[in-house]
Design a protein around this ligand. Structure first.
Ligand SMILES: Cc1cc2nc3c(=O)[nH]c(=O)nc-3n(C[C@H](O)[C@H](O)[C@H](O)COP(=O)(O)O)c2cc1C
Length: 207
């Protein structure tokens, strides 16, 4: 039996840790999206959250191309996706492509932190979306050259991810077995002992 959207959403919640904001544990990346549209006010809210991310020199190098279903923007982003992502991402009502200016406006020098800052803004976006009951799924699997060409994105902008946004759908709607298995698999993370260190290779002692 395939789990329902509600069951799988429960399964995907990371275990609560006292004092950590619940939204960090609640966000996860489905591939099945419901047909329900995202209202424009909520769409604005997710970008408003992204807007307030910190960035090197407060450059705010991020630019988001945002398309709702059936728009030219949406179709261009969708067309750039690799085959695997095309199999599911078309169910999302909104597709977003992130890009970042790799040159500082104030002096024209290289901004090595452009993609880092775009990632931070994208993170805020995904968490605000989760707080609004929306789901997001980021994708590196798209043809950068095709997307750049389709939108005439200048060379000094680096491309980040495509983000599918909408409401979580039923796992069964994904149609094929392997995709459903991924949708209902529990989430997994490395232990902090592997990622938080006091010296290289040595876990930090955390409370
Ligand atoms: C930068 C980035 C690129 C990703 N690319 C893809 C992708 O092309 N296709 C896909 O199905 N998932 C993609 N993912 C989703 C990750 O596999 C997913 O976030 C990860 O397994 C953790 O799962 P969670 O987001 O549900 O916690 C990507 C995620 C990120 C952040």
């Amino acid at each position: 039996m395939i789990l329902s959207a509600i069951d799988v959403n429960n399964l995907k919640q990371a275990p609560a840790v006292s004092g950590v904001l619940p939204i960090f544990h609640q966000r996860w990346s489905p591939r099945s999206f419901a047909s329900r549209e995202v209202n424009p006010a909520d769409l604005r809210r997710v970008f408003e959250a992204a807007r307030w991310a910190a960035s090197s020199y407060n450059e705010q190098p991020w630019r988001f191309l945002a398309g709702v279903r059936n728009s030219i923007t949406y179709n261009k982003i969708f067309q750039s996706l690799v085959g695997f992502n095309r199999e599911w991402a078309g169910s999302a009502p909104v597709l977003i492509l992130g890009a970042a200016s790799t040159k500082f406006v104030h002096n024209g020098t290289a901004n090595a932190y452009a993609l880092y800052d775009l990632g931070a803004a994208a993170s805020y976006l995904t968490l605000q979306a989760a707080a609004l009951g929306l789901a997001t799924h980021q994708m590196a699997g798209f043809d950068h050259d095709a997307a750049r060409q389709a939108f005439e994105i200048p060379e000094d902008y680096a491309l980040g991810s495509v983000i599918a946004l909408g409401y979580q759908g039923e796992p069964a709607a994904l149609g094929h077995e392997q995709m459903i298995a991924m949708e209902v698999a529990p989430r997994d993370r490395k232990p902090l002992s592997e990622t938080v260190l006091s010296a290289w290779g040595e876990p930090a002692h955390l409370g």
